[in-house]
Design a protein around this ligand. Structure first.
Ligand code: MEV
Length: 433
């Protein structure tokens, strides 16, 4: 297919439904059903990407009762997985009754690099780099002016010799403070200007060739780090289902210790954390792919993949915390464009990027607490299947009466896919007689 992107939306849809679908009319109707009737709003969504043919919905849920640094939040979460929002809400309420979450933004530095090849002497380049460093910064002034006026900008540019890893490979390793912006465009624009200045200066004054390979920000942000924590007396962990708080605390700490040393478990443990993190990142219009890439690299920073959370019992105090790198923005990007992103940010009282880092870290910690609480007590399936029950009922197109009946029937029963389907069949049979 040539020239697909030049077709109108209708032409694109016609081609797709006729080429790939056994029932083109039905496929076309489905796409239309998910369009917004407000044409301006639909156009806004169409223009986020190329070749838009419809909208892909995810539920937007909320988890109330999060006390973070003594402020009460209701956290928006965009996610399809049953039980994530329920688990977050339950953990929020549990910790709200025990003093809430505290957070600390440790640092907010972001990194970008200019990767280049150079075959002259490193000592000559080092000396020359020192002399042109002010010019590298000066040449970016049109890009950095506004950011600097707000208190951010370029923090440093370092010349790094990487020839031990790859022949003739050097880099400018640059650090930035981008305040409330995620800063990808700002950083990449600065880097491309550094690359231009470096190349032209070296080639005209040092008589050596610089081969610029690429200039790009890094999504590895170990210095854009936030810590969130909960703690209480072990005895105060007592709750419905946690009748023996000492035993619970000890098992919980063991479960975290296993994820600290065992990569197979650590990946699943961190996946549960990312259930909470990604849901808030999506709701607030941030880039979950960037966050995912950076978080998992951070989890392997000492050469082995490990848990992002940690737990201790010291002097009868249970403490549970997360340290997670999060490069987030609350201005720019989708934040002023997507109506539900605007809504989500207002729901969070229009946080700064630092506040959003805290909220997201808390969502991850709460999610991990909920998962470990279930795993070390009842097992995960009890809560999971309760939430999944509705998916099964919807899959079999149960009506309200059928749903009410099945939900009541399974209140105190083990939920399995087969058991639900059988019960639904029986109920339908007895009602059709
Ligand atoms: C499921 O989405 C997440 C869990 O597997 C996380 C965990 O095992 O810690 C429940």
């Amino acid at each position: 297919m040539n020239g697909f992107s030049k077709l109108t939306k209708t032409e694109k849809i016609d081609w797709i439904v006729n080429e790939y679908f056994s029932n083109p009319t039905e496929a076309q109707q489905l796409l239309k059903q998910y369009w917004n009737t407000d044409s301006k709003l639909q156009q806004l969504h169409d223009e986020f990407i190329e070749n838009t043919i419809s909208n892909y919905y995810l539920p937007l849920g909320v988890a109330p009762n999060f006390i973070i640094n003594s402020t009460n939040y209701t956290i928006p979460m965009a996610i399809e997985e049953s039980s994530v929002v329920a688990a977050a809400s339950k953990a929020a309420k549990f910790w709200a009754e025990r003093g809430g979450f505290t957070t600390n933004v440790i640092s907010t530095t972001k990194i970008g690099q200019v990767h280049f090849k150079y075959s002259g002497h490193f000592s000559d380049l080092t000396e020359f780099f020192k002399s042109i460093k002010p010019k590298l910064i000066e040449d970016t002034k049109p890009i950095t002016k506004n950011m600097e006026a707000r208190g951010g900008g370029i923090l440093d540019i370092e010349l790094r010799d990487k020839t031990a890893s790859l022949d003739n490979y050097y880099q400018l390793h640059c650090s930035f403070e981008t305040l409330d912006a995620m800063g990808a465009n700002f950083i990449n624009s600065c880097l491309e200007q550094f690359a231009k200045t470096l190349k032209s200066q070296v080639e005209s004054h040092l008589n050596e060739t610089i081969d610029i390979i690429m200039s790009i920000l890094s999504n590895y942000v170990p210095e854009c780090l936030v810590r969130a924590e909960v703690s209480c007396d072990v005895i105060d962990l007592k709750d419905k289902g946690l009748e023996n708080p000492q035993l619970f605390a000890e098992k919980f700490v063991q479960a975290v210790a296993i994820a600290e040393v065992e990569p197979y478990r650590a990946v699943t443990h961190n996946k549960g954390i990312m259930n909470g993190v990604d849901a808030v990142i999506l709701a607030t219009g941030n880039d979950f792919r960037a966050v995912e890439a950076g978080v998992h690299a951070y989890a392997s920073k000492d050469g082995q993949y490990r848990s992002l959370t940690h737990a201790t019992i010291v002097d009868n105090i249970f403490k549970f915390w997360i340290e997670i790198p999060l490069a987030l923005g609350t201005v720019g990007g989708l934040t002023r464009l997507h109506p539900l992103v605007k809504f989500s940010l207002e729901l969070l009282r229009n946080p700064s990027a630092k506040e959003l880092m805290s909220i997201v870290a808390v969502a991850g910690l709460a999610q991990n607490f909920g998962a470990l609480r279930s795993l070390t007590t009842t097992g995960i399936q009890e809560g999971h299947m309760k939430m999944h029950l509705m998916n099964i009922l919807n899959q079999f197109e149960a009506n309200t009466k059928e749903k009410d009946y099945i939900i009541t029937l399974f209140k105190d029963k083990a939920i399995t896919h087969n058991a639900v389907v059988e019960a639904l069949d029986l109920f339908r049979q007895s009602n059709s007689d």
